[in-house]
Design a protein around this ligand. Sequence first.
Ligand code: IVH
Length: 715
Amino acid sequence: MYTQERERELIELTRKLLSELERIRKAGKEEAQEYVQELREVINYHDYKYYVQASPVISDYEYDQLFRALRDLEKKYPELITPDSPTQRVASEITGAFPTVRHYTPMLSLDNAYTEEELRDFDRRVRELTGLDVVEYSVEPKYDGAGIALLYRDDLFVRGATRGDGETGEDITNNLRTVRTIPLKAEFSRFGIRLIELRGEVLINREEFRKMNEERLEEGLPPFANPRNAAAGSIRLQNPAEVAKRKLDAVVYQVSYVEPESRHPNTHYEAIEMLHLLGFKTPFPDMKLCKGIDEVIEYCREWEEKREEYPYEIDGMVVKVNRKEYYEVLGFTSHHPRWAIAFKFKPKQATTKLIDVVFQVGRVGTITPVGKLEPVEIGGVVVSSVSLFNEDFIREKDIRIGDLVLVERAGDVIPYVVEVIKEARDGDEVPIEFPDRCPSCGSKLVKLPGEVAWRCINISCPAQVVLRLKHWGSREAMDIRGLGEATSKALYEKGLVKDVGDLYYLKVVDLMKLPGFAEKSAMNLYNAIQESKNRGLDRVLYGLGIRYVGLTTAKKLSQVIDSIWDLRDMPVEKLEAIEGIGDVVARSIKEFFSREENVKVIEKLDRAGVKLRRTKLEKEGPLKGMVFVFTGTLRCCSRERAGELVESLGGTFSNSVTSKTTYLVVGEEPGRTKLRRAEQLGIKLLNEEDFLNMVKDYVDLEELRREEKREGYLF
Ligand code: IVH
């Protein structure tokens, strides 16, 4: 469709236009004519990249800027509008993999507001057209997922489709039937409704997204850039069984068509209430009725502040005129309804240049390529480097030094290269060469069977030693204040410390040799090191940085062994028999203890008086030896809190039912898998009351209630 050369030209033109937005806005008629031409060319091209090839080369925000520039020029000079202008249609995303279906009403987009002023303009237009002094708006989150249309006939879910070109979409009913938040049956007949079409969004929550990417990385697959891509990719998989494995959610936020028409709820708010009542996931209770635009702005700002705390990615708020009776007078453009607008938060993507790649050595020797970027602001933060994960990621995306890349900073996820803009290449880009030797110690790198990462396996590799020291001093491990990366590095470089055992033999005068250390600071660090001796067995186990032994595993181990030496002496089968310890973890522990240098470090710690045995407190407790699993919602407290309670009484808390489980505590709306598994294994079930009865003599339930009430749990 586009030659390579043409693509390069168009990207250059895009960047030129983006840098001239101010000038475009002020363009006189003659100049406007030229700009309109150029804007159409680039927008058509970006539509093609986005919808047909599904590989956009600019961020949504940048696209929007271009689209608006064109729309504004056409508004200023209507004689320049042509029927084939991209402003006159909705772009298409149909690929041909699914049959197409016609939507009952066109699935339009939303107009965007980026500033308060633009929201006020919207309100002014609405007031002018409706004649109202104060407009009532319903305001709700703008979910960043994949748009869908759901059709219910005679209370049954009969059809689900993607947005497509807005008129027709792809029929993905079978895939959507696997999404648990889409009811297969909903009693619309109670409201006198025979047929109803709903609009919504398929989503993946942040936690699932994180897990999904972790798994993908472990399997050597490239991670998804953001939850939206993960959701959009998932609903268009060809095999519904695969779709079912992805933990998808769906939110419905609009009623678009009702038969008989007279049964259409009068307000948007009531429509959502009805859907909520019928068991759909909706913006309720995160939607708010606002009287006038000031309240709207306040609510939008409130959400912009807390967007990262929300379980789903949201990219703005949608402001809708609440009363349906005004929809008609407000009407539609070919692109969006005039009774709604999206207030967009700060964008999280931008394009920039990859100027270099460096290779970092991790604590366990993993080599991670890190891209250095031309600094670019994304969502209020300047981003200048980005993880490229591993060699496969680089090869898959064919990332080269000098490339223009689309970078996203999605919430708590680290900056990520979404796309390489290959079309912008001029031939000077340099493929990334993976080193075959460790950048820190020079030893040959290896790739272990079944792993994607290259690894330095030299246990004395300086980079790893420094990171191990830092990890040992970290808050969750031995909590040694003052032992950060810089101090760890200085200790190693001065030859004072080679492993964590050496820390405990340092004297104040030794520490005074460190750059920037005087008597007082040296004394402080000395004391912090000495105090750390009594942190406990779990912290030592975690601090040693054994692969796959995170905090939870370390805690579990420390509850079933008497001393760290048990781990060295236990056969692997016995380790595996411990609740929550799988074969990978067990083998990694054995591997750790089979190395003489590691055993020596532990001996050093032992001689220095670091506590390596379990204390009485850890061993005793009324729930000793019992393994608890929880399912469903508890009324007393969160499951995590209940788990802490079990552990504080000497029991073990686990997330999955196995033959080692003693009790499954069943709350409200329990998970079917856990229940079925417990049944199969003959595990004893307890209800919440039974559980509380078991612990009530040891904990202050009143206090628990007060604590959790603050966090929203009821007794
Ligand atoms: S209402 C006719 N409400 O944003 C108006 N859309 O950028 C129908 N979206 O195409 C849309 N959250 O896919 C509406 N609470 C929300 C939304 C929402 C996300 C999506 C939707 C739409 C796109 C426009």
